[in-house]
Design a binder for this molecule. Structure first.
Ligand SMILES: Cc1cc2nc3c(=O)[nH]c(=O)nc-3n(C[C@H](O)[C@H](O)[C@H](O)COP(=O)(O)O)c2cc1C
Length: 147
């Protein structure tokens, strides 16, 4: 049986959420059990062993409002994540100097708490890539091959 994957999204206008939903569907077709959390609470996802985080970047390089408290709580409480494998998919716009900075912040925070990053993050540039689902789908084997 394939392991359960918890997909955690950070999104302002829904683009990252759509990508999260799409990846969830593809993963289910591949036999994985998935759960999508669009406003994750740490207590609800801490028992999961695999997180796939899909997040846009907002403000000036900031995490979206529905992901920021979650990531900050992990950093503040120094949550032990040594049981956890994770990967990150980012959406951003390369017109910003702070292109996909939310990805860097997620990586930095989870790694610091002992989680294992299973593959390099995907950073989708919405300025040049119009089919975000397709980009994420093409990247997905990088993630699943390491589970
Ligand atoms: C006000 C605003 C600020 C943004 N700031 C950044 C940024 O700092 N870095 C970046 O890479 N993209 C930035 N973006 C681009 C978004 O990340 C991109 O449009 C993304 O697709 C939004 O996805 P969402 O609807 O899931 O939030 C910004 C977009 C807006 C509207």
């Amino acid at each position: 049986m394939q392991p359960q994957i918890c997909i955690i999204t950070g999104s302002t206008l829904g683009s990252a959420e759509y990508v999260g939903d799409h990846l969830s569907e593809i993963l289910q077709q591949q036999g994985y059990a998935t759960r999508v959390e669009n406003r994750a609470e740490l207590a609800d996802v801490l028992n999961d062993k695999i997180w796939l985080i899909v997040t846009s970047t907002h403000g000036a390089g900031e995490l979206p409002d529905n992901l920021r408290p979650f990531i900050w709580q992990i950093a503040q409480e120094k949550t032990d994540l040594s049981h956890l494998k994770f990967a990150v998919v980012g959406l951003g716009n390369s017109d910003y100097d702070t292109f996909c900075f939310a990805v860097d912040e997620v990586e930095k925070t989870l790694l610091k708490q002992g989680a294992q990053q299973v593959c390099p993050s995907l950073r989708i540039d919405v300025l040049t890539e119009f089919d975000h689902d397709q980009c994420a789908e093409e990247w997905l084997p990088n993630f699943t091959s390491q589970l």
